[in-house]
Design a binder for this molecule. Structure first.
Ligand code: CMC
Length: 363
């Protein structure tokens, strides 16, 4: 029995492979560096869904259908009321996504893919007392999301940075949220239910909730010289360092490098980012050294979340919205995995080992 199902193979997939020993991520036959920064998010979503959805059109038509779905989802924005605005963005957005009818078809798929990209910017603007901005179905998914956030058409390199991020996190083997989505799909519930399960699992700080606290860590450390004492003190308190360690990767998470490269490209045109990057690099160096002494038997390296925090901050997302941006990309993986599981027709139903008391003997 394994508490965390370590090393248990619970599905066969044609979607992605995570080689934790070599630090290699393959998505549908492409290595991460062949797609991150090269393909748009909508094209990677289309790639993942290939063979899994009835009547899936060609990539260009799929992108147009996704654009139309963004406009359709915008009609749900008025349901973001004051009670939802008081919640963290991930919870507020999840509550609106729950209004989307369950189904297994292309319409459901495009609505669910469109939903976080439209609802998160609308949520964040409404929270600031600003009017939501309607989507532009002809824009790329990433450029449209940024336009809905800021009201400005993003320069190509900025939209490209968000595209790189969304593609980098689109799918990643049988991670906790993807497994949750597959478990729900295996009961034949429908894709909205699977995505809601994925959102619920992603939210925790051991999975997709880490990047927000990373900003708090960088702000707390403040200067490169303060990295070592701050980290030593955090570990002495028994805290975990967010953005480090991974269940599968025993070496550096390849997604960290894809995102660091995107941050570097953005830093060239920014007055703030080079300083932030310098601080992050100092924190990374200190953390790796100290973690090595802290857990000599457990290789702990940087994971995807560390540079996610820098990238999403530079794109203008507030720290409490980072997990919902992660969900915008990962929805593609959840949908593809849910369909893959559904097509097996097989219910996921493991067993537990009962360790409680036996019933008392009858007198
Ligand atoms: N800081 C300090 N100690 C750590 C860390 C860390 N980041 N990660 C693991 N450890 C320790 C852990 O406390 C444990 O010590 P002990 O044996 O004394 O209890 C030991 O290393 C082994 O850890 P583990 O719990 O067996 O490792 P795991 O495979 O269950 O954990 C993890 C993976 C990601 C949950 C963990 O590394 C962690 O909590 N990291 C910080 C949170 C984080 O960055 N999460 C984002 C993960 S990447 C996004 C994704 O793909 O989901």
């Amino acid at each position: 029995m394994s508490q965390g199902l370590d090393d248990v193979i619970a599905a066969e997939t044609r979607l992605s492979s995570v080689d934790g020993a070599r630090g290699v991520l393959v998505v549908k036959g492409f290595s991460l560096d062949q797609i991150a920064g090269h393909k748009r998010f909508e094209d990677v979503a289309w790639l993942l869904l290939g063979g899994l959805i009835d009547a899936l059109p060609d990539a260009a038509t799929f992108a147009a259908r996704l654009g139309a779905a963004r406009r359709e989802i915008f009609t749900l924005v008025p349901y973001i009321d004051d009670a939802l605005l008081a919640l963290p963005p991930m919870d507020g957005v999840r509550a609106i996504i729950a209004r989307i009818a369950d189904g297994e078809d292309l319409v459901t798929v495009t609505r669910l893919l469109a939903a976080p990209a439209v609802l998160l910017p609308a949520f964040l603007r409404r929270r600031q007392g600003l009017a939501p901005i309607a989507p532009d179905p002809s824009a790329s998914h990433a450029a449209d999301m940024l336009h809905m956030l800021t009201g400005e058409t993003p320069p190509a390199d900025v939209a490209g940075a968000l595209d790189t991020y969304l593609v980098t996190v689109a799918d990643h083997g049988l991670n906790a949220s993807t497994f949750a989505a597959r478990v729900v799909a295996s009961t034949w519930s429908g894709l909205t239910s699977s995505v809601l399960a994925g959102l619920a699992a992603l939210k925790g700080p051991l999975h997709g909730g880490a990047p927000g606290p990373i900003i708090a860590m960088l702000d707390g450390i403040a200067t490169p010289e303060n990295a070592e004492p701050w980290i030593e003190a955090a570990l002495a308190r028994g805290d975990r360092l967010m953005g480090f360690g991974h269940r599968i990767y025993k070496v550096r998470d390849p997604r960290a490098d894809a995102l660091k490269a995107a941050v570097r490209r953005m830093a060239a045109g920014s007055s703030v980012l080079p300083g932030r990057l310098k601080l992050a690099e100092a924190v990374e160096r200190a953390a790796l050294r100290i973690l090595h002494d802290h857990k000599p038997d457990r290789p702990l390296d940087v994971n995807v979340e560390f540079y996610t925090a820098l990238l999403l901050e530079a794109l203008g997302f507030p720290a409490d919205a980072f997990t919902a941006v992660f969900a915008t990309g990962r929805t593609a993986g959840w949908l593809a995995h849910a369909r893959e599981q559904r097509l097996t027709g097989r219910l996921i139903r493991p067993q537990s080992a009962y360790v409680g008391p036996a019933p008392a003997e009858a007198a």
